[in-house]
Design a protein around this ligand. Structure first.
Ligand code: SF4
Ligand code: SF4
Ligand code: FES
Length: 213
């Protein structure tokens, strides 16, 4: 990244930041909370969760801060009624097929999705259709998959491809039926566990044997 500094304004506060810095990182570094699910700084951008929305002056729509590079004179708002409404809408979509059983979920109390919805004081639930059901299953002796809780951020598939060069897991099917799976039903890979580590908030892919839960 360049050592040249540029000026940006975030929530009415002026800052000097390195030219070329990513907006989501800058906002967080300056103490402004930006929710995100698909962004992982060491992985290629996915930009699919649409949670990291911000308002940037002179831009017509809300922007995903994970895909924006800071430019000189940029004026950014990270919190407003408009932004929260959009984030609530995206979360409602994410939960459309997600079981609403936080009190009995293994990750209850340490889940960003749960934290966020609780902080907002609950979400509207307009999806009344029956949720898809896919049973939890082992993909290998070490890795199990619980598609019900997957929010399709694809951190796991990116880490497997980009860090490990194995490309052992991928999203299959389409639309509401999309699930993370393997090519051929079984995970023939080095069992590094990186996919489990990056799926940290919902533990979609769990090392039951390793973690003993
Ligand atoms: S299994 Fe986890 S990391 Fe992979 S797409 Fe689903 S939520 Fe994301
Ligand atoms: S354990 Fe490692 S190699 Fe196997 S699917 Fe996960 S990230 Fe890929
Ligand atoms: S974190 Fe920016 S779109 Fe997901």
């Amino acid at each position: 990244m360049s050592t040249e500094l540029i000026h940006v304004t975030i929530n009415d506060q002026p800052f000097e930041v390195p030219k070329g810095a990513r907006l989501i990182d800058v906002c967080r570094e300056k103490g402004f909370d930006i929710p995100s699910f698909c962004y992982y700084s060491d992985l290629a951008l996915q930009a699919s969760c649409l949670m990291c929305l911000v308002r940037i002056e002179k831009m017509p729509k809300l922007q995903t801060s994970c895909t924006i590079t800071c430019t000189d004179g940029m004026v950014v708002t990270t919190q407003s009624e408009e932004i929260e409404k959009a984030q609530r809408g995206m979360t409602e979509f994410l939960l459309a097929n997600h079981p609403l059983d936080c009190p009995v979920c293994d990750r209850g109390g340490e889940c960003e999705l749960q934290e966020m919805t609780f902080d907002w004081g609950g979400l509207e639930e307009r999806f009344t259709e029956k949720k898809n059901y896919y049973a939890e299953r082992y993909l290998s002796p070490m890795v199990a998959n619980d598609p019900q809780r997957c929010i399709l951020c694809k951190r796991c598939t990116r880490v497997c491809d980009e860090w490990m060069g194995e490309d052992a897991i991928e999203a299959g099917n389409r639309g509401a039926n999309t699930v993370i799976g393997t090519y051929g039903g079984w995970l023939n890979c080095s069992q590094c566990g990186n996919c489990i580590e990056v799926c940290c908030w919902t533990e979609l892919i769990v090392t039951k044997l390793v973690r003993g839960n």
